[in-house]
Design a protein around this ligand. Structure first.
Ligand code: DNO
Length: 339
């Protein structure tokens, strides 16, 4: 296993100098952020990112994410051409030494929370989700926005986009994912890159949009579409763990060899479809972090790991979920678990 840390580039207040001081840190997880989804990343920018990491004694072997443009997901006219661009990115990343690429297939919205600064009893704050609050929001009328979201749509464009997904439904989304995988995975195989789809967060439909990577059955279906090892998953404990129906220890054991990337974080479930993010250790929340890591290791996991969202502690302000302190605590906890 290799311990890694997400880095958002030169504008990230958490600098590479700080990241490299976390014990056992092998490398960064990053991406080219100034290019629109669907475009080809320049070799220069990929190599510049790699050399920045290396100048700080860190590897650059994991990309999160190469975003999948909406048109691929809903199957628009330019889908074929955009998949070609996607393949070219995978080839370029493979040549630059990248070994693992994380992506997701969530329509329109990436991860969703209803609260960004949920106050915890210990004075820290963290991200929270409450289904009732979410159901009362309407993305077409409210000024709703989250750090994970693409802000470039007008309300009109958003409405059209949401309509397109409603029309194709879950099976349409599966069909478009199949087309994508059948083109991309053979290229990844050639390029020596493991593809790791990120599960939907939270793992259920939102705003009437279909979400399909949500549980053991859907992951089984996903893995069988292209049975090559390069077609794998990101096991994100906080995402899949939000559903009480998911037995993560069992899933970790079953899928261990196809888990290329592990996002470890803990959440405390406080009601039906209601949770907030907590410190990483098992005792802090509802997820059996120890059991998951044990099941993975006993079943042949050998991938990249990163601490996922942290709380904001010690007065830190910064990118929600992605401050330094609590993620660094998480990293040392994870290093301990694996040891
Ligand atoms: C949130 C992240 C996600 C993830 C993407 C992967 O913090 O886990 O935004 O990077 O879904 O494509």
């Amino acid at each position: 296993m290799k311990l890694t840390f997400r880095w958002y580039g030169d504008n990230d207040p958490v600098t590479l100098e700080k990241i490299r001081q976390i014990p056992k840190m092998s490398g960064i997880v990053s991406a080219i952020y100034d290019v629109a989804p669907g475009e080809v990343w320049s070799n220069e920018s990929i190599l510049a990112l790699k050399s920045k990491a290396e100048q700080n004694g860190l590897e650059f072997e994991v990309v999160e994410s190469v975003p999948v443009p909406e048109e691929i997901k809903y199957g628009g006219e330019r889908a074929g051409e955009l998949i070609e661009n996607y393949c070219e990115n995978i080839r370029r990343l493979g040549r630059a030494g990248v070994k693992c690429v994380c992506y997701n297939f969530m329509p329109v919205f990436d991860w969703l929370r209803s609260e960004l600064e949920h106050q915890n009893a210990d004075g820290s704050n963290s991200l929270a989700y409450n289904e009732l609050t979410v159901l009362s929001m309407n993305p077409l009328t409210s000024e709703l926005s989250l750090p994970g979201w693409d802000e470039s749509y007008t309300k009109g464009e958003l409405a059209q986009l949401i309509e397109k997904y409603k029309k194709i439904g879950k099976e349409g989304l599966w069909a478009n994912l199949t087309t994508f995988l059948e083109k991309v995975i053979p290229v990844a195989h050639e390029a020596g890159v493991n593809m790791a789809i990120h599960p939907d967060d939270p793992p259920w439909d939102i705003f009437g949009l279909p979400r399909i990577i949500t549980d053991a059955d859907s992951i089984r279906r996903f893995l069988s579409i292209v049975p090559l090892e390069e077609n794998g998953i990101t096991l994100c404990t906080g995402s899949l763990g939000a559903s009480v129906d998911n037995d993560l220890v069992k899933m970790a054991g079953e899928f261990a060899k196809r888990v290329h990337f592990l996002h470890l974080r803990n959440i405390l479930i406080t009601g039906e479809r209601e949770f907030h993010e907590v410190g990483h250790p098992t005792e802090c929340g509802s997820i059996d972090m120890f059991g998951i890591v044990k099941a993975l290791l006993e079943n042949g996991f050998d991938g990249y790991v990163r601490p996922d969202h942290g709380r904001m502690i010690w007065g830190e302000v910064g990118r929600y979920g992605y401050g330094l302190y609590d993620r660094a605590l998480g990293a040392t906890y994870i290093a301990g678990l694996f040891e």
